[in-house]
Design a protein around this ligand. Structure first.
Ligand code: AMP
Ligand code: ZN
Ligand code: ZN
Length: 433
């Protein structure tokens, strides 16, 4: 078989383009290859409703979430990774790595190599790429020329692997939730050459309410769930208004892939379930970096055994481990930021001090999370709908380390080494990989 040189060149360019980015190969019809790819390039919107426990769907009326579940797929719950905290789990969702492997081991953490403290309020550190291990999905996407908008997602303001998202939005909890939706949907609805292929949204209203009020019973939590449901309605309507609704084939589902998750659940607290650390140990010497409900102790090396001896078995509802004894199932032992001594409160118990209680009368938390990730109460939400997903399916509980592989598959990105497995989520897909 012989090729004319120009045909050979076209094939070569087509092959290169096909390797370099996701989507179908260019058609041999003379159309601009980039147009063909862009028009068919998949789009994925990942939405997080912080603290939305899996069973909050049953607490009150949630018509929009129910509709989404009907046209898409719902997991009975999403099992978070340990510790069931916000930053560790959001970063697990986008890297497929356990917190003990990606390095965001807590919301507040000490790094002995950097001699530095990371907290959510330290903007400089939150924006510093040195804290973020693994490769978040937006980095792989940007490297392949896709545009990303991981709006307010933990880690999204930092340069990681030499790259930042196309759109970088420093966290501002005061931006109204509907304005967040409008902004991100507008980026998804831009023309094919400029639009976002991967975007995220983040809402904290449920987490806020369920820390303040009893997550199991408070009407304020039920009201927040209804507001979150309204936001989902606004989001679906916004997709439709921008021409991003589904075709007849995917009737009722969004026209782009939508994954709606939460990072963890919530367990109810009560003042009679307080662990007062000052009654157990000298707080100064113990050097407590993070408190509730997973306490991170960083005493000077020579004081570790003394502090461990004081804490171990000292309270019936606080499990205390040396780093190397932390249970295997937490995958939480190797990283330098994991403290030499870790205390994990039992479900519903709060780690605090007598002074803290005295200083804040009537402000005991309604609920907390961070506990053992296998607890049913720590279970999170997982709903997905769109062209890639099955319709009307309910599946067994999923672990959140697998969501990354699922998203890479949808976007046609080769996943980086991670703790998840596409085989664990292929049953969610309309056509199995
Ligand atoms: P947690 O302490 O685990 O309940 O964390 C939830 C809180 O994290 C929210 O109420 C927000 O205030 C905060 N938060 C969420 N996303 C971000 C972000 N990207 N940057 C800084 N803070 C955030
Ligand atoms: Zn959270
Ligand atoms: Zn929270």
């Amino acid at each position: 078989m012989t090729f004319r040189p120009v045909a050979l060149l076209v094939l070569l360019v087509a092959a290169l383009l096909g390797c370099a980015s996701p989507g179908p190969s260019p058609q041999p019809d003379g159309a601009e290859p980039t147009d063909v790819r862009a028009e068919h390039a998949p789009q994925l919107l990942l939405v997080s409703i912080d603290g939305f426990r899996w069973d909050f769907l049953e607490r009150t009326e949630t018509p929009h979430l129910d509709r989404l579940a009907e046209v898409g797929v719902r997991a009975r719950r999403l099992i978070p990774s340990f510790p069931s905290k916000t930053f560790p789990n959001h970063y697990t969702l986008v890297t497929g790595l356990y917190p003990g492997h990606h390095g965001l081991v807590a919301n507040n953490m000490w790094d002995p190599e950097f001699s530095a403290l990371y907290t959510l309020g330290r903007r400089d550190e939150v924006a510093n790429g040195r804290w973020y291990g693994g490769e978040p999905i937006w980095v792989a996407a940007e490297r392949r020329g896709l545009r990303t908008s991981p709006y307010f997602w933990p880690g999204s303001v930092a340069e990681i692997g030499g790259l930042r998202p196309t759109w970088v939005d420093p966290y501002d909890g005061d931006v109204p939730n509907r304005a967040r939706i409008d902004l991100v949907l507008d980026r998804l609805a831009l023309d094919p050459a400029r639009r976002a292929s991967f975007a995220t949204l983040y809402f904290s209203l449920i987490d806020d309410a369920a820390h303040r009020y009893d997550p199991d019973r408070a009407p304020e939590v039920a009201a927040a769930i209804r507001t979150a449901d309204d936001l989902v309605g606004y989001l679906l309507e916004g997709l439709e208004r921008r021409g991003l609704a589904g075709s007849d084939e995917t009737s009722g589902a969004p026209g782009i892939d939508l994954i709606l998750v939460s990072d963890h659940g919530m367990a109810a607290n009560a003042p009679e379930r307080a662990i007062l650390l000052d009654r157990l140990v000298d707080i100064e010497t113990a050097n407590v970096i993070d408190w509730n409900p997973v306490a991170a102790f960083w005493p000077a090396p020579e004081a570790v055994e003394q502090i461990y001896a004081a804490l171990h078995g000292a309270h019936p509802h606080l499990s205390v481990y040396r780093r190397e004894e932390i249970p295997d199932r937490f995958h939480y032992r190797d990283h330098q930021r994991i403290p030499p001594i870790l205390g994990i409160a039992d479900e519903g118990w709060v780690v605090t001090t007598s002074q803290e209680l005295e200083n804040n009368p009537g402000r005991f938390p309604g609920g907390s999370h961070g506990y053992d990730n296998e607890l049913i109460s720590m279970g999170a939400l997982f709903l997905a709908a769109g062209p890639s997903f099955r319709s009307g399916a309910v599946v067994e509980p999923l672990r959140n380390v697998h969501v990354y592989e699922l998203m890479c598959h949808i976007l046609g990105l080769p996943p980086t080494a991670n703790d998840g497995d596409l085989a664990a989520v292929r049953h969610l897909l309309r056509s199995a990989p």
